[in-house]
Design a protein around this ligand. Sequence first.
Ligand code: FES
Length: 124
Amino acid sequence: MGGAGALLRPAAWKLNQRRDISSWLARWFPRTPAKPVVALKTPIKVELVAGKTYRWCVCGRSKKQPFCDGSHFFQRTGLSPLKFKAQETRVVVLCTCKATQKPPYCDGTHRSERVQKAEVGAPL
Ligand code: FES
């Protein structure tokens, strides 16, 4: 025993460990993000409080719409929530169809045929 084999084993172990880490990273942080899915087809009115930071759900998979519940991470979407700070206390209408051009706010896109014909929980 010993000899050259013993000297190579640590290197092989390190190589395997590196492969394990990269496959773990690829699984949890995919390079190609998933498409957002339609959470709802109507926006949600919420009161934002001045100075408070919010995380708007981008992936559409959150059960706490319109805000993030971490589903983007646990479902390995490669997407991240949109973090924003309310400048003033006021009631706003936040998008839940995830097709708005003015995230996180509703811009009326949910009324389009494309969104209305889409299935809830499916990408556009
Ligand atoms: S809910 Fe998405 S644009 Fe209105």
